[in-house]
Design a protein around this ligand. Structure first.
Ligand SMILES: NC(=S)c1ccno1
Length: 242
């Protein structure tokens, strides 16, 4: 997979060269390039924004600068991702879908966002996805791009230390639509708090049942919206008894 990120704060994307993803970039399994949007600015002040038509607070990012950047960075076949609070909700399913792409280009806006014609123009030749990582507003798209990139690249073969995690994590393939069960490690007692005895039993069937029950309980308590979306066909009698 190739990743390109365009931003007026390229240094914001430095975390992409750390940890597991950084190792995949260093050994060439993932190609990563971060671009300073001001490279495509045309005036001596290297302006990238202007006042909004129709008035209102804030500034809008200029279409000429962004279009020139995407013309260079997003060739045919690329998928352009524009993080925005007005985007389609980003989910684990979206991450799995994006993980099958060959080339992702992240357009990180600032201020009041990109002139909409940047999206409309790019969509004439490449796939453009406006995505939101949540119902809140950030100072720009960079942090959201980091979130999406991590969620996507951890699904790529050879990037995660333990590929099983991609299955057992919350929202993973192994437990679609359920939150992950609680996890424990040594010591067996910590500050008066004990590890649930079933986890020490060696009874793998009982452990699997406990974990499934805990996932169902946690999801019911914290995310009743997810419970409402569960496919009843995926619930067995023991699930229904939780
Ligand atoms: N919620 C998202 S994705 C966002 C981007 C910029 N500000 O908020």
């Amino acid at each position: 997979m190739r990743l390109d990120v365009v931003s007026i704060f390229p240094e914001y994307l430095a975390p992409l060269r750390q940890s597991l993803l950084g190792r995949a970039v260093a050994d060439g399994r993932i190609q990563l390039e971060v671009h300073d949007l001001r490279r495509w600015a045309t005036d001596r002040h290297r302006s990238v924004d202007d006042t909004p038509y129709g008035g209102g607070a804030g500034m809008v990012m200029r279409p000429d600068v962004w279009a020139a950047a995407l013309d260079d960075v997003a060739p045919a076949g690329a998928t352009v991702v524009v993080p925005t609070p007005a985007g389609h909700p980003f989910s684990q399913a979206t991450a799995a879908d994006l993980a099958r792409r060959e080339h992702l280009v992240f357009a990180c806006g600032r201020y009041e966002g990109l002139d909409q014609r940047v999206v409309l123009d790019a969509a004439r030749r490449v796939e453009v996805l406006e995505l939101s990582i949540g119902d809140y507003v950030l100072a720009g798209g960079e942090v959201a791009a980091l979130v999406v990139i991590e969620a996507v690249t951890r699904l790529l073969p050879g990037v995660l230390g333990n590929p099983e995690s991609a299955v057992t994590d919350s929202f993973g393939e192994g437990s679609p639509g359920l939150l992950e069960h609680p996890a424990y490690t040594r010591p067996v007692e910590f500050r008066g708090l004990a590890v649930p005895p079933v986890l020490l039993s060696g009874n793998h069937a009982a452990i699997a049942r406990w974990r499934r029950d805990e996932s169902l309980r946690r999801t019911a308590r914290r995310r009743p919206d997810l419970v409402a979306r569960l496919d009843p066909a995926t619930l067995d009698a023991a699930d229904r008894a939780v």
